[in-house]
Structures are given as structure tokens and as C-alpha cells.
Design a protein. Structure first.
Length: 303
């Protein structure tokens, strides 16, 4: 089943088109990540999907409902952890989560949720005493207490230390295993790689790439790299002919190749035949971060 359908979505602010013809779908039970630099339109898109912001055009349905007209019944089915949220500073953590629970017909136990997000020792603390990372955990608790069918997470681990980030990742993985559909935005590529079934990359409000993290950008963007130190007594011209592009810098050979198996076979065969060592031989595939940076790189003004 399809949980989210976005077709030709656009949003303008004065002369700026923050979202420009965006189209994608999210399947039920999927973790879907929106990636892109600041100003790419990620937060605007999430706010439209949650019903917090109107759209200028296009079609949007979430859980079969138009967020712009879904009203309370729609909001009771979703959870949202947005970038900025305000708390009543004099409430304790427990009081605030329990209050949030009263807004939903179906809830998770507030104390269980508080423990789940790692705030068990802060149950009685007033929100004004919480650190930035603790406040973000409270945001997450408020988004979860209503037992959402679909959870929106806009930069959910901003301000978290590494331990807290990994705790949040485990939590998201557990929610996914329970069938919760999750749409998240993040600037952490390792987070998207770890959590997302598919990612969509935005630039200037437009979709520029869509797919599983390991296949983003197609074969050209995700070509492998073979590296080794040039053996003593061997010149670059002595190397066998390879499919990939070969370069030499500071005594190290780099082969950027779309066919690593074939090139490794050629290299190893040549090395065995000529009784040559290939020192520090390594094969690596590009990380999601490397692919993302290529995709979002601004074009050269001189081109």
C-alpha cells in the first residue's frame, strides 16, 4: 500500500519557489529519507505533508487524506517531530507527555515512551531545565505517544551526542519493525544509510535523485575504487589495460571502475603472471555521502 503520494508539489514564497514540481511516493512500512542542503525544500515539504503549511499547487495525499483538509482525524493518525517546537517550560517531562496523550484516541503508555527515548531519569524534571539534546528527545516522545501510523521526523537527532544518536537509530528501527511508516529528513548521511529503505535528494526544491541508498545516482555515480601502491620497479605503463580510469599520485595507483570484479581479475592475473606484489590493495565503493556531494554540487559558474 502507498502511505504518501506527492505529485507536482510546489510552494512559493514571494518570488522564491521553495518546492518546485516535486513528485514521489512512500510505501506503508517504509523508512523514507529526504536529503538535501539547507534551502532545498525538505522542511517545507514535511510541513505541507503534516498539514502545518499550505501548498501553492500539486496533489498530496497522506494515509489517503489531503493533509490540508484532513483536520483532527488526520492529525490523530500521524506523529510529527519538527525542527522547532515550543514547550510549556513549567511542565515536567511526565506531565507534558501525559498531556499530549490526551489528544489522541489511541496512545502508547507515556511512561513507556519516556523510557524509550532515554528520559527515564528526567521524568520529574521541568522542561526548562533540559539540555538541547534532552529537549529533542522530548520532541520525539511527544511525536510517539499518539501511537502514529506514520511518523514525520525532521532532523530528529540534531544536538544528539553519538551515543544518543545510535539509541535513536535503534528506536527508529524498532518502530519500522512494528510497521510504522517513517519519513525523515537528515543532514547525517550515515543516518540515512543506516535507516532508510529509499532516499530522495532535493536541490533548490527539485528532486534530483531517488532510490535505495546503495544504488543512488546510478552506476556512474557509484563506481568502485581500487587502490594499491605501485610496486617497486614497475612503471605505470607496465600495468595491464583495465576497464576503469587509472591515475597515479604519490606512488599510489587509483582505478575508478564500474566493473571492479573484472578489473580485479585482470590485475591479480597480471600480478601472478609477473610475480608482482600489489601492496596495500583495497577496494571501496563510494559512500552515500560521496554520492550525495556529487549530486548536490553546485554547477561551476564558468561552465
Amino acid at each position: 500500500m502507498t502511505a504518501i503520494v506527492v505529485e507536482g508539489l510546489w510552494k512559493t514564497y514571494a518570488d522564491v519557489r521553495a518546492v518546485d514540481g516535486l513528485s514521489f511516493t512512500v510505501q506503508t512500512g517504509e523508512v523514507f529519507a529526504l536529503l538535501g542542503p539547507n534551502g532545498a525544500g525538505k522542511t517545507t515539504t514535511v510541513e505541507i505533508l503534516t498539514g502545518h503549511r499550505s501548498r501553492s499547487g500539486g496533489r498530496v495525499t497522506v494515509l489517503g487524506v489531503d493533509p490540508a483538509t484532513g483536520g483532527r482525524e488526520y492529525r490523530e493518525r500521524i506523529g510529527a517531530v519538527l525542527q522547532s517546537a515550543g514547550f510549556e517550560e513549567e511542565f515536567t517531562v511526565r506531565e507534558l507527555v501525559r498531556l499530549q496523550a490526551t489528544y489522541y484516541p489511541r496512545v502508547n503508555d507515556p511512561d513507556d515512551v519516556i523510557e524509550l527515548v532515554g528520559l527515564a531519569d528526567k521524568r520529574a524534571a521541568r522542561t526548562k531545565t533540559l539540555s538541547g539534546g534532552q529537549r529533542r528527545r522530548l520532541d520525539l516522545a511527544l511525536g510517539l505517544v499518539g501511537a502514529p501510523e506514520l511518523l514525520f521526523l525532521d532532523e530528529p537527532t540534531t544536538g544528539f551526542d553519538p551515543s544518543a544518536r545510535h539509541h535513536a537509530w535503534d528506536l527508529i528501527a524498532r518502530l519500522r519493525a512494528l510497521g510504522t511508516t517513517i519519513l525523515l529528513t537528515t543532514h547525517y548521511m550515515d543516518e540515512a544509510q543506516r535507516l532508510a529503505d529509499r532516499v530522495a535528494v532535493l536541490r533548490a526544491g527539485r528532486l534530483i535523485a531517488l532510490g535505495p541508498p546503495d544504488h543512488l545516482g546510478g552506476d556512474a555515480a557509484r563506481q568502485h575504487t581500487i587502490r594499491f601502491d605501485l610496486p617497486r620497479g614497475v612503471a605505470r605503463t607496465d600495468l595491464p589495460v583495465l576497464v576503469g580510469a587509472v591515475s597515479l599520485a604519490d606512488g599510489a595507483v587509483t582505478v575508478a571502475t564500474p566493473d571492479p570484479v573484472r578489473d580485479l581479475h585482470t590485475l591479480s592475473g597480471w600480478a601472478l603472471d609477473d610475480n608482482v606484489e600489489l601492496p596495500d590493495l583495497r577496494v571501496a565503493r563510494p559512500s552515500l555521502e560521496e554520492v550525495y556531494l556529487r549530486l548536490t554540487e553546485e554547477p561551476d559558474d564558468d561552465d
